[in-house]
Each structure stands twice: as C-alpha cells, then as structure tokens.
Design a binder for this molecule. Structure first.
Ligand SMILES: [Zn+2]
Length: 344
C-alpha cells in the first residue's frame, strides 16, 4: 500500500507551496512540469513561494501525455540533476510528472489546478502510446496541494467531468463485488467504501455543485483525492474503475477526443447502472444537476458509436471481470440499453 504523506487543501494555499515541500523534507532542484497556460496563470505565485523557501527550480512545459514526452522529460531531468518532480496542472502535466518521477525513483508532488479526474492523487497514470487505452500503475504522489481558489477558477466543465469520474465509483464498486463473488477476486471492504463514499457526497451535493458553490468545489476535490487514495489502499484501480470505465476507454478508441474522461465515464455509469438494475435515473439526475453530459450528442458521438463502444468494452481488459462478462450485450440489447437510458 502506497499512500501520499501529506495533503494540503484550502483557499489560497498555493502561496504555501515552498513551505509544503520543506515540510515533506524535500531538498535540491525542483522540476516543475506544467502546461503553457498554467505557467502563465500561476507561474509567478509558484516561483515566489519556492524562492522564499530557497528552492532551486526549473520549468518543463509539457505537451501531450505520451510515452515519448515522458522519455523527453526524463532525459531533461537527468541532464539537470533534478531531485524533486512537481506536476502543476490538470490531467496531462500530473500524469507526465507522476510517471517520470516513478521511472526515476524521485519524489512526486501533485498540484492540481482543476478537478477533472481522480488521477490527481491515484497511483495510476494515463499515458498514450503504450498500446492500451487504460491507465498504467505508477506511484502515488508523496504530497498533494490543492488550492481551492485556483481550482474554482478552472472551467466548470472540468469540475463536472471530475464529478462524472466520481459517480462512476458506484458501478466500479459493484463490478468489484461481482468479481469477488464470482471470480473470488481480492476485495477490500475499506477501499470499496471509501470510493463509494466519494461518489455519494457528489450525488448528495449535486445541486450545490451545479450552482457553483465554492464549498462544494472543495468537497469534490477532497472526494477525488479520497478516490485516488482508495486505489492506493486497494493496490489496484478496482475501487475506481469498472465497466463504465471500460466503456469510456472503448469510446476513446472509437471516437478519439470525444468528451473528457469523466464525462464519458458518467454516461457509461448511467447505462451500467441500468444493467445492474440499480436506480440509474437518480444517478442521471445527479449528473444533470451538475451540468455534466448524460447523452451521446452532448459529447459529439453518434448512437452507432455508443453501441460499438458498449460491445467493445468487455474486450478492452480481459483480466477485468465486470457485469459485461455476465450480461453479454449484442447489437440489439446494446442499442436498447443506450436508448432506454436516454443516452441516445
Ligand atoms: Zn477515472
């Protein structure tokens, strides 16, 4: 079990970044991996805090989260004698920083600037170019610093996507239970409950999140971090990722760039919940409250592509037993599922 050592969440805490790194006993040269826009928006605040605490640092502006980019960052970090890796940004920079640090056996600190998925705290990195569409196991951050003011300023679509990734834990845990019962797979009750709880808080507060209340943004960030920690406790992505994620991965193959990860997962959750005979309508209602997409049209995919993704989903990860292995879908039943849940 690998878990973060320190988590600091609060308003305006970005200005305490240097102090946070010192409290983690980190020294030496810090490599900050971020995107151009994040650097422009927050660069001065990050630098001021690091200078105050006498850190040497340098920036790397990351482009795509690909394995080649990770290799480039590794070479850069080696040539500069870096000893700490900081990922400042949304998904991409965090994923690159996480895998680079893990490959180089260096401490990694996660500074999310948006709350679009649970990768901000999980041991999993989503990297392209590895011949598989799902995340690879890496190491979790040793520290996470989440400034709610910064995350609040990020586009609301990202937050809604993070909520989709959280509501997905409802069906992910169901699949995990199914694998325990049928395949005698290891099941961690605590990790499962932690993941489920992180979904339940989002469902409970969906109206406040939809209204953009700042305290609700904080709850979403905490829930995403808890979900990532649940994966760390389980030692697998099981509590966070089930058949709704397989649907999302399948859709990303069929229609690359259609919708964000959490948006696709949210839509997948509605359909998988129906397959389980659960109250899918209330999950859909929560997503509607949050202004997260609930239909194929909203993320720019056709009915045909949704059906194709539903059929492809069970083949994505043969090692992952889910409801799709029990209730085998064919063209007709997949179409019926998509239509009856208003996805298409
Ligand atoms: Zn996810």
């Amino acid at each position: 079990m690998e878990l973060p050592r320190k988590i600091l969440i609060g308003y305006g805490v970005l200005s305490r970044l240097g102090e946070f790194l010192k409290n983690l006993d980190l020294n030496g040269k810090v490599l900050i991996i971020s995107g151009e826009n994040v650097k422009k928006r927050l660069g001065n605040r990050v630098e001021d805090s690091l200078i105050t605490h006498e850190f040497n640092f340098l920036w790397y502006c990351a482009k795509e989260a690909t394995i080649n980019e990770v290799k480039r960052v590794e070479e850069f970090a080696k040539s500069k004698g870096v000893s700490v890796i900081l990922g400042v940004g949304g998904g991409k920079s965090i994923d690159i920083a996480k895998l680079t640090a893990s490959n180089m056996n260096l401490p990694f600190v996660s500074v999310p600037t948006s709350a679009s998925h649970d990768g901000i705290s999980s041991p999993f990195a989503s990297i392209k170019g590895l011949n598989r569409p799902y995340s690879i196991i890496s190491r979790p951050p040793i520290g996470i610093l989440g400034d709610i003011d910064v995350i609040y300023e990020a586009p609301k679509r990202l937050l809604a996507s993070g909520c989709g990734d959280l509501i997905a834990k409802i069906t992910a845990v169901k699949d995990w239970e199914l694998a325990r019962d049928i395949k005698k797979e290891y099941f961690g009750n605590y990790a499962a409950n932690l993941a489920r709880m992180s979904a339940e808080i989002v469902i409970k507060e969906s109206e406040g999140i939809g209204k953009g209340l700042k305290e609700c943004v904080r709850d979403v960030v905490e829930a995403l971090i808890s979900a990532g920690v649940a994966a760390g406790i389980a030692g697998s992505s099981r509590p966070c990722s089930g058949s709704e994620h397989l649907f999302s991965h399948a859709l990303s193959i069929i229609a690359p760039n259609a919708g964000l990860h959490g948006e696709r997962c949210g839509i997948g959750t509605i359909m998988i919940a129906k397959l389980y005979g659960m109250d899918w309508e209330s999950l859909r209602k929560s997503l509607l409250n949050i202004h997260a997409p609930t239909s194929a049209m909203e993320i720019g995919v056709s009915e045909e592509q949704v059906v194709e993704a539903l059929l492809l989903a069970s083949t994505i990860r043969p090692d992952r037993f889910t409801i799709l292995n029990v209730k085998k879908l064919d063209y007709e039943s997949a179409l019926k599922l998509a239509r009856s849940t208003y996805v298409t």
